[in-house]
Design a protein around this ligand. Structure first.
Ligand code: BGC
Ligand code: BGC
Length: 562
């Protein structure tokens, strides 16, 4: 089963609304001492003398150019394998909807081939003089969602509704396995935004508006992705995780994506930092800086938050990666040049587009002229190498020869889909059950209507194969089950009758109708809304429900929303 955002079911109701919450936290800045607000975390992964000595040794042999290359993360659409050989980038990514060879239908073998070619180029010292393995980061945010046939899980908002941390850990470990089949090392998840205004387009990427759920989930998902600090930490069946987006992404004014968070420092900790408390304590090795501002200052340039709070006070010793040219939004910066971010504590620039080359050159020049202190570069690269050594990247074979590589039968395998099915079941939210219409007797004659009934893309939401989750057909989700197909299997097996008609037309009057409807998929700012009312100005789905109701047919409404 391939599934969704959040599905709400209303039996007999005429319309649906998602739960509204309490809007922005606009408490004024309080004059509280940071030391009292931000605790030193008891991080499960301790520094190991051997690891530190190895890092020191590697560092001692590196040139400035090689060090800066570790801090540059370009995207697969903008570099070639030869660029990797020439520069030796510390990491690279594929953005949402970016595939090997620009082919949406790339097979697992195509993914591994690219991973292997990039890795081998990175350890080839013939041009750049280094043999430091690169690492590939991807947005596996609800399963390995860029890969056709991977198991998709409900988006985080649905998982939050399940409130089951053990299930979350299983989901994360399944995701890690499927990611490793494609030779990838690193996942840009979990998103631990504590969403305070549902008009935000990324509301569905957050688990909950309740910081406690987010804190517990962050720990579970990090353990599922990376393994447990005292057991199988970053073993050959685990990947590196990223807690994102630091900090305050879920609390911007009016839910504006990449907007301004004006919470007090205490609220920043109590509400928006709780996912970091959970995730970093469990040993997450990377943190992604957020696009948003805090009181008008972009976090990508905020030394207080990135260095003083995150690294010094909370004690995070992994690395901070930027978000998609997020550094270019810092005052005085462009995508090509941003010493401010490095000086603030950013360790890796995520620099898609062709900005990577000037950024690399400008950063080197800024170290040479003293704008960026060498000590800051050394600290950043030490952090990057520490994570690579901890993850065993220097010891692992090349991606094509790793434990799960190429075991394509693991992608979307039944036991993985069973976990997804459980997650779907537990994430459904029953809003109303008027006249106890539910549970339905499957022996009835059932009409299924609504344009989301047989539409796997719509039920899966954004970050599904494509970045926005749009432009997909059911055939793009092999192994997936639409809501109609799932109902059909059950009803037919029980001896009932079931018909699909998107517009709610029928020949024989049904005993009951199930109308499945909801939002079109979206990602990030594309999902920002002025208000929460559904289908403003054109309430077609409400009209469909009313039409059936007027004919005396009881209606079960299934609403899909982010
Ligand atoms: C990428 C996404 C990214 C977005 C940012 C898209 O082209 O595929 O991953 O988040 O751009 O604008
Ligand atoms: C998003 C991140 C994502 C990155 C890479 C950005 O636009 O904000 O969540 O990890 O793109 O795709």
């Amino acid at each position: 089963m391939n599934t969704p955002l959040k599905i709400s079911i209303l039996a007999g109701a005429m319309f649906a609304l998602t739960a509204c919450n309490n809007g922005n936290d606009t408490r004024a800045i309080e004059d509280t001492k940071a030391a009292e607000i931000w605790p030193k975390l008891d991080i499960a992964v301790k520094q190991d003398q051997e690891v530190e000595a190895t890092v020191k040794e590697i560092m001692a042999s590196m040139t400035l150019k090689q060090k800066v290359a570790q801090m540059i993360q370009p995207e697969i659409r903008d570099i070639t394998v030869e660029d990797m050989r020439t520069y030796g980038f510390g990491s690279y990514l594929n953005g949402g909807g970016a595939f090997p060879n620009n082919n949406k239908h790339s097979t697992a073998e195509d993914w591994i081939k690219l991973a292997d070619d990039m890795y081998l180029a990175s350890v080839d010292e013939s041009v750049d003089g280094t043999n430091i393995p690169t690492m590939w980061g991807t947005d596996a945010v609800h399963g390995h969602n860029n890969v056709i046939g991977a198991t998709l899980f409900p988006h985080n908002i649905g998982l939050g509704a399940a409130n089951n941390p053990d299930l979350i850990e299983k989901i994360a470990s399944v995701t890690a396995t499927e990611v490793m089949v494609t030779g990838i090392d690193w996942v840009f998840a979990p998103t631990v935004a504590v969403v305070r205004d549902d008009r935000w387009g990324r509301t569905y990427e957050g688990y909950s508006e309740d910081p406690e759920i987010v804190r517990n989930y962050a720990a579970s998902i990090v353990k599922g992705l990376q393994g447990h600090a005292d057991k199988d930490f970053l073993s050959d069946s685990r990947v590196i995780s990223t807690v994102k987006h630091f900090i305050g992404d879920g609390g911007t004014v009016k839910g504006d994506d990449q907007g301004d968070n004006i919470s007090s420092e205490q609220a920043l900790f109590d509400i928006h930092a709780q996912g970091y408390v959970g995730g970093l304590t469990a040993g997450a090795q990377s943190v992604m800086a957020s696009f948003n501002s805090w009181h008008g200052d972009k976090v990508h340039g905020n030394k207080y938050l990135l260095t003083d709070v995150l690294k010094d006070k909370m004690g995070f010793d992994g690395f901070v990666v930027g978000d998609w040219n997020g550094h270019g939004q810092v005052k005085g910066c462009t995508n090509d040049s941003c010493p401010q971010s490095i000086n603030a504590g950013l360790d890796i620039f995520m620099v898609p587009t062709d900005a990577w080359k000037p950024l690399y050159e400008n950063t080197i020049a800024q170290v040479k002229d003293g704008t960026i202190p060498m000590s800051r570069i050394n600290d950043a690269v030490t952090r990057i190498l520490r994570v690579k050594v901890r993850a065993g990247l220097f010891d692992k074979p090349s991606p094509a020869d790793r434990k799960f590589s190429g075991k394509t039968e693991l992608i979307g395998q039944q036991s993985h889909r069973d976990v997804a099915r459980q997650a779907v079941r537990e994430s459904l939210v029953l809003l109303k059950n008027k006249n106890n219409l539910l549970p339905l007797n499957p022996k009835l004659s059932i009409l299924v209507a609504g344009d989301a009934a047989d539409n796997i893309g719509k039920q899966s939401g954004g970050w599904s194969i494509t970045w926005q989750g749009t432009n997909n057909t059911n055939a793009d989700f092999p192994g997936g089950t639409s809501i109609y197909e799932g109902l059909q299997q059950q009803v037919t097996a029980a001896g009932g009758t079931i018909n699909l008609n998107v517009d709610g037309e029928f020949e024989d009057k049904p005993d009951v109708a199930i109308v499945v409807f909801g939002e079109e998929p979206y990602a990030e700012g594309h999902g920002d809304r002025e208000n929460l009312s559904y289908q403003q100005g054109d309430k077609r789905d409400l009209a469909l429900i009313k039409k059936l109701n007027a004919q005396g047919i009881p209606v079960v409404s299934i609403f899909i929303s982010g």
